[in-house]
Design a binder for this molecule. Structure first.
Ligand SMILES: NC(=O)c1ccc[n+]([C@@H]2O[C@H](COP(=O)([O-])OP(=O)(O)OC[C@H]3O[C@@H](n4cnc5c(N)ncnc54)[C@H](O)[C@@H]3O)[C@@H](O)[C@H]2O)c1
Length: 385
């Protein structure tokens, strides 16, 4: 019998993220044995009884629910993990906070800034532990980038640029709404690539380079109408299919961001680059263990881009995995966030990004959409955290 303290998880939403989080909870105790808390897969919830039962059996959940309200009402659940489409994040989080449950919520925090603010108010009122799964912060190479930037090696920062490119919505035959395609329905998603993809880039950017002060954006909806799966009728498409914005950071540097689901050939190309007076860093999700680093102070005869394979035990998280030279993957970022959340229960420190941190990203997303609609610069109101 384990002498660990239990963190009894109630997972809501059993799709893509339901799987990554379940894997995280199952693996975390094996690879972070020093933690005093251990997640217990208490209940999974999805609307279809058959599907949730099959999911629970596959992943080892003790019980199932088909109504999230029943799940959050249970006394044997300590933490609610929200893995539903964006439209349910606020309602579930606010209700779970009122019941005193800890909350782990998928990104983006909310569909709109107003919704996000209500979520922050709710968790502040109840004082419950919370975190938002902006998991790319916990790619070891990205965490290492943060450490290098914070050490001052780059000097004054001039530029930050990021891309998140996909190509899966090019067909006009693709319907919008419902299972699997809620991302194309503005009522369910809140926005298109801005909230879905750029939110990741914005979270990483503000973590690495501080607050984004103001933005000038343009968006495009290439396919204007699609059949809605719920009504069966052709309906206007309300999401942004593509978004490009530039911005000023609080520290005086300039930013350039691009996202689209119409970049044929790209499935999930997330890249960023940061340029300082002495050095630059770049990273690419498709080669996520690698960090590229250029330092102008190097001896000129060997000066050039260094390719750092981030697998050594003294690099972030890597002493938990294999031996130097052996790589890890996407799924490990969720193990890392689960570990950091469990650790935060021991230390009492917040597990960033918290709802409050994630609200800063909502401020930028909202300003981006406002700027594109109004064809003007918008202040974001985001603050350094
Ligand atoms: N961190 C990341 O990198 C990342 C990646 C993908 C998705 N996400 C986020 O995770 C969330 C879920 O995305 P996904 O890709 O897993 O979606 P998905 O469509 O694969 O899964 C959503 C699940 O929620 C269930 N669901 C829908 N409404 C529900 C309700 N009212 N009650 C209970 N269950 C309900 C669906 O049946 C489905 O099982 C979204 O907010 C998305 O933005 C984050």
């Amino acid at each position: 019998m384990s002498n660990k303290k239990q963190l009894r998880i109630g997972l809501i939403g059993c799709g893509f993220m339901g799987r990554t989080h379940s894997n995280g909870y199952k693996r975390v105790g094996d690879f972070f044995p020093e933690l005093t808390y251990q997640p217990v897969l208490k209940a999974a919830c999805a609307r279809s009884a058959d599907k949730v039962k099959a999911f629970a059996e596959q992943w080892g959940y003790e019980s199932t629910e088909t109504d999230w309200k029943a799940l959050i009402a249970r006394d044997d659940i300590d933490a609610v993990d929200i893995c539903t489409p964006n439209e349910f994040h606020a309602e579930i989080a606010i209700a779970a906070a009122a019941k005193g449950k800890m909350i782990l919520c998928e990104k983006p925090l909310s569909r709109t800034l107003a919704e996000g603010q209500r979520m922050v108010d709710a968790i502040e009122k109840s004082g419950v532990k919370n975190t938002v799964w902006y998991n790319y912060r916990r790619v070891p190479a990205v965490t290492l980038a943060k450490q290098i930037i914070d050490s001052g090696k780059l000097g004054k920062i001039f530029h930050y640029r990021a891309n998140f490119l996909q190509d899966w919505t090019i067909s006009p035959e693709l319907p919008q709404g419902g299972e699997g395609l809620w991302r194309l329905d503005v009522d369910a998603a809140g926005s298109g690539v801005t909230g879905d993809l750029l939110a990741h880039c914005i979270d990483t950017a503000m973590w690495l380079n501080g607050a984004i002060k103001d933005v000038s954006a343009m968006t495009e909806t290439f396919i204007k109408e699609r059949v809605h799966q719920a009504s069966g009728k052709v309906q206007k498409v309300g999401i942004d299919d593509a978004c490009i914005f530039h911005c000023h950071f609080e520290n005086g540097s300039l930013g350039l961001f691009e996202s689209t689901r119409y970049a044929r050939g790209h499935k999930a190309l997330y890249t960023f680059e940061i340029n300082g007076e002495h050095a630059s860093i770049r990273w690419d999700l498709h080669d996520l263990n690698r960090l590229e680093y250029f330092d102008h102070r190097d001896d000129s005869i060997v000066r050039g881009w260094r390719s750092i394979l981030v697998t050594d035990g003294d690099q972030p998280y890597m002493n938990k995995w294999w031996v130097p030279g052996l790589i890890i993957g996407y799924e490990h970022t969720f193990v890392h966030q689960a570990a950091d959340f469990l650790k935060s229960l021991e230390t009492g420190e917040p597990c960033a990004p918290t709802f409050k941190n994630a609200l800063q990203t909502q401020k930028v997303c909202e300003a981006v959409i406002d700027s594109a609609n109004s064809k003007s610069w918008k202040d974001t109101g985001a603050v350094n955290m």
